[in-house]
Design a binder for this molecule. Structure first.
Ligand SMILES: Cc1cc2nc3c(=O)[nH]c(=O)nc-3n(C[C@H](O)[C@H](O)[C@H](O)COP(=O)(O)OP(=O)(O)OC[C@H]3O[C@@H](n4cnc5c(N)ncnc54)[C@H](O)[C@@H]3O)c2cc1C
Length: 420
């Protein structure tokens, strides 16, 4: 391409073929612009392609304002993006693509009979139909600038001129599926700050050896309390699953980002209540009464009426009471330890599982140098960022893909408008 070519004749280049890159390419092409999308993998959105239909969750049907409020400290940043392209706009686009949305029991939307792989294929086909040049197995290594503006991208050592570049390279979660840190490196080289990344929506490794007994067990609708520096901070009824070394399940995935952030500052413990239907305040009196009437039994025989053998072994490990001890011989201190083992069964969090187990990432390209209404860089003109590459993390349950779709769409639309 001639260096003298008019800026407006140059393509908009999208880097990354996941949800954010595909929506960026689709919306940029709506403006009849020449658009090239480079995707590192031979197939689009490999990460999303791993999601089976029953696990592919979209956000709830929420107004842009309420949707933005779900993003905590980033609500102000994401609000204008959702205002321009919110849940309703995505639903309209999906309807055009003949994708049927259905609400599940929690009010979150799912796409009827569609898994992640089908969704990515439909979006690639849509982009190609709208004239996007879709280049697979193409890894962009950097973006070059000219007089503070985007000049283009470097691909296999060759310069490709562009009127605008949209970085939609995703986060570093699930690197086994081809995620890279490329977007962070590209941003840093251009003067953007990248906030330290940590895995999120991920299993948490515990210090104690309870997995020996509880591995594979799932405790549903159980009372769970999370303590930061001994203070109860999160109290919910939820589901926890144990593996050999970690805890998992919906409660853990939902709160892992917050727990990991706090783990850097303070000890974190989680407590579960094995007999939630017994009020905590009255439990010791109840236990005294029960034990007195059955003091001919061993502790294990008594507990066997309420718990299975593995849970009892875990309680034994925590309370240090020998299950073969006769009830008539247990001391007051041992009884108190038993109360804690049953009603306040605690374990401490050591770390999270690594990025390869994570469904999200904390950190990324700082939003400080990004215009919130467009995703454009404040440092390099005509450079845009969209999706997971940004330091934006919503709660678990469909919000992050919604942000990827919304921010991609808005960046593509703005780039097309800005480049005439
Ligand atoms: C197992 C799992 C399940 C999930 N389930 C859900 C869910 O149900 N609902 C939900 O909302 N979210 C879910 N998520 C999160 C969701 O997948 C992400 O929020 C979303 O994929 C982000 O889209 P993205 O386009 O920003 O990034 P990605 O989907 O990561 O796409 C980035 C793309 O860029 C490409 N790329 C990277 N570097 C380069 C380069 N240098 N040059 C060219 N291309 C490059 C990658 O190959 C990839 O195709 C899940 C995540 C995981 C891991």
């Amino acid at each position: 391409m001639s260096a003298k070519k008019r800026k407006t004749d140059l393509p908009i280049v999208v880097v990354g073929g996941g949800p954010s890159g595909l929506l960026a390419a689709i919306s940029a092409a709506e403006g009849s612009k020449k658009v090239i999308l480079y995707n590192k993998n031979p197939w689009p959105g490999k990460k999303v392609s791993t999601i089976p239909a029953e696990e592919l969750i979209l956000s709830e049907k929420l107004s842009p304002k309420i949707l933005a409020s779900k993003f905590g400290s980033k609500s102000k940043f994401v609000a204008p993006i959702f205002k321009s392209f919110g849940y309703g706009d995505l639903a309209k686009l999906f309807k055009k693509l003949k994708l049927t949305l259905q609400a599940d029991n929690n009010g979150h939307f799912r796409i009827e009979s569609i898994n992640g792989q089908d969704l990515m294929k439909i979006l690639v086909d849509t982009a190609i139909k709208r004239g996007v040049e879709y280049k697979k197995s193409s890894r962009v290594t950097s973006v070059y600038t000219k007089n503070g503006k985007v000049g283009g991208v470097i691909l296999n050592g060759t310069k490709i001129q562009a009127s605008a570049v949209i970085i939609a390279t995703g986060s570093f979660s699930l690197p086994k599926c081809g995620s890279t840190k490329d977007g962070y490196y590209i941003a840093e080289k251009l003067g953007h700050k990248v906030n330290k990344i940590k895995p999120a929506f991920v299993d948490l490794i515990i210090r104690e050896k309870y997995g020996k007994f509880l591995s594979g067990m799932s405790f549903e609708n159980i009372k769970i309390t999370v303590y930061y520096n001994c203070n109860p901070v999160i109290m919910e009824t939820g589901t926890i699953k144990f593996t050999q070394t970690s805890v998992s399940g919906p409660f853990i995935l939902n709160h892992s980002a917050d727990i990991i952030e706090n783990l850097a500052l303070t000890p974190v413990e989680i407590s579960i209540d094995f007999l939630a239907d017994q009020p905590k305040e009255k439990f010791e009196a109840w236990l005294i009464h029960q034990l007195a009437s059955q003091n001919h039994m061993q502790v294990g025989q008594f507990l066997g009426k309420y718990f299975n053998a593995n849970v009892m072994k875990a309680i034994e490990l925590e309370s240090r009471i020998n299950m073969s001890k006769s009830i008539s011989h247990i001391t007051n201190l041992e009884r108190k330890a038993l109360v804690l083992g049953i009603k306040d069964f605690r374990f401490s969090i050591k770390s999270s599982k690594p990025f390869n187990n994570a469904r999200g990432v904390l950190g990324g390209v700082s939003t400080d140098d990004i215009y919130p209404d467009t995703g454009e860089s404040k440092i390099v003109k005509s450079l845009y960022f969209a999706g997971d590459v940004l330091d934006v993390l919503g709660p678990y349950g469909g919000y992050n893909m919604q942000f990827a779709f919304s921010s991609g769409y808005v960046a593509g639309k703005t780039a097309a408008k800005a480049t005439g």
